[in-house]
Design a protein. Structure first.
Length: 266
């Protein structure tokens, strides 16, 4: 297991696959409640063509929460520090949900470090329903605990088709997500997210290429919210039918195909 210690003493877990200056590097950024395990199957398929970096942000998986209050600037600084530690001057960023926020903010602050941005399940602004869903998650975590929260999130993060096709797996999925998270860490994460400025307030033209993916069955990401990101940044939005918030897990082959073609400039 590999760890990098931040300047303020927080240990961050990472996994590196065939990193080399001779090949492009893809960095995968976790969504809330995710760990590097979410991306590992993609990394194993991509490592022959690309360098791949996976890491757990503060409070996720095998990484420490640290003593500093969580915020978006802190996450961006951590990612830049990890890239420097691994002698990666620049990389393609692939972020899901919260990870997409971090990736976009890094592209704003240090565009020379970003080759391209593939942002998944992210909106310029949350709907009233979306804000209430995330607020309900915080309240369930506070009053019902981690396992109750995980079960409450499943119908919101997966599309109807995936839920129907994997009914017998839901218990295993819930158990796996519960095991990989810590209640105090996740509560700190949600409380920090509640203070983030909406992405729509910071949108700006970007020099790196950008693509946004969203699922038509995602209650957290309206089509208009995803579309606004690429309108400002001169990118492309693809709306995938019957998929929810966790579309890389719901349609891994489609996601992988889009990712590779995008990175290779097609």
């Amino acid at each position: 297991m590999s760890f990098w210690k931040t300047p303020d003493g927080c240990s961050l877990f990472y996994e590196a696959f065939n990193l080399s200056s001779a090949r492009p590097t893809i960095v995968f950024l976790n969504g809330s409640m995710q760990t590097t395990l979410y991306w590992r199957a993609f990394a194993l398929k991509l490592r022959e063509r690309f360098g791949v970096l996976l890491y757990d942000a503060r409070g996720q998986g095998n990484s420490d929460l640290g003593q500093a209050p969580l915020n978006l600037n802190l996450h961006v600084g951590d990612l830049i520090g990890l890239l420097d530690h691994l002698d990666l001057g620049h990389a393609h960023l692939c972020g899901l949900s919260h990870g997409a926020y971090v990736a976009y903010r890094l592209a704003l602050d240090a565009p020379h470090r970003v080759d391209s941005l593939l942002l998944t399940s992210v909106s310029a602004a949350a709907t009233t329903r979306g804000r209430l869903i995330v607020r309900s998650w915080r309240e369930i975590l506070r009053h019902g605990g981690l396992e109750a929260l995980v079960w409450a999130t499943l119908p919101h993060v997966f599309g109807e088709r995936f839920l129907k096709e994997n009914q017998k797996m839901m218990g295993h999925i819930a158990q796996s997500i519960t095991r990989r998270n810590k209640e105090a860490h996740l509560l700190a994460h949600f409380e920090a997210m509640a203070k983030y400025r909406p992405l729509g307030k910071v949108l700006a033209p970007l020099s790196p290429r950008i693509m946004v993916l969203s699922g038509s069955a995602d209650p957290l990401v309206p089509a208009a919210g995803a579309e606004k990101i690429v309108q400002v940044s001169s990118g492309r939005h693809i709306r995938l039918p019957q998929l929810g918030h966790s579309l890389p897990a719901e349609a891994p082959e489609s996601f992988l195909r889009i990712l590779v073609r995008f990175i290779e400039g097609h």
